[in-house]
Design a binder for this molecule. Structure first.
Ligand code: AMP
Ligand code: MG
Ligand code: MG
Length: 212
């Protein structure tokens, strides 16, 4: 039995970004923007949004980045600028009847789920900064699945594979592929709900109104 939830849908989001090792890039940029929409009661996948994004500060991927994410240079070369990606995502939100046709007003109860706070607290804010804007209001609060997991399992998961193993779930696809990570995070969320967890917003950022 899946625990009744406070939301009509969950939006599982997992960005991939430009990166390097051993020294991280000064400016990381989003290269994959995937979101999986889950039914808020059954946790079934209702729709998938995905686009690759062409980075502008560091347009050439490091070999480390391609090795980590599986994302090829050609893929980002054919990607869209971030501004377009965000606009496409907003249109998808509208097509899903999640937000109003002419504003960002929510039309139902939805919540983003991410694994950690990096995606919406750091990466999206930095990336929006680069184009001189702020995240839309509806992306300024989220559920950190690490927190939900820790509440149910009494330990803080360091990695997604940590959490999947503890939940006895198989890892599908490729770790660090954004859309595959979303699928695994979605499976973990469903398992937590089956164990009786009721998801609550865990984190918010407070910024001025977005003009995007
Ligand atoms: P993830 O969702 O775990 O795949 O990570 C999101 C992003 O964080 C990746 O696209 C990288 O930009 C960065 N990242 C993750 N793991 C590492 C790592 N071990 N070293 C450097 N950057 C990383
Ligand atoms: Mg991630
Ligand atoms: Mg990922």
């Amino acid at each position: 039995m899946i625990q009744t939830q406070d939301f009509d849908s969950f939006l599982v989001l997992d960005f991939e970004a430009t990166c390097d090792r051993p020294v991280q890039l000064q400016t990381q940029e989003i290269i994959e923007f995937p979101v999986i929409k889950l039914n808020g009661q059954t946790f079934e996948i209702e729709s998938v949004f995905q686009t690759y994004v062409k980075p502008s500060v560091n347009p050439v991927l490091t070999p480390f980045c391609t090795q980590l994410t599986g994302i090829m240079q050609e893929t980002v070369d054919n990607g869209v600028p971030f501004e377009t990606a965000l606009q496409m995502f907003i249109e998808w939100m509208r097509a899903q009847n999640l937000i109003a046709p002419d504003s960002y007003e929510p039309l139902s109860r939805f919540a983003f789920i991410t694994f950690g706070n990096w995606d919406l607290q750091k990466m999206l804010v930095d990336q929006c900064n680069l184009i001189g804007t702020l995240p839309p209001e509806f992306m300024q609060s989220w559920i950190n699945l690490k927190k939900s997991f820790a509440k149910m399992n009494n330990f803080w998961p360091n990695s997604l594979s940590d959490a999947m193993n503890a939940l006895r779930l198989p890892i599908t696809g490729r770790l660090h592929s954004g859309v595959d990570d979303c699928e695994n995070i979605a499976a973990a969320a469903k398992k937590l709900a089956e164990s009786g967890h009721v998801f609550k917003i865990t984190n918010k950022i407070r910024v001025k109104n977005s003009n995007f």
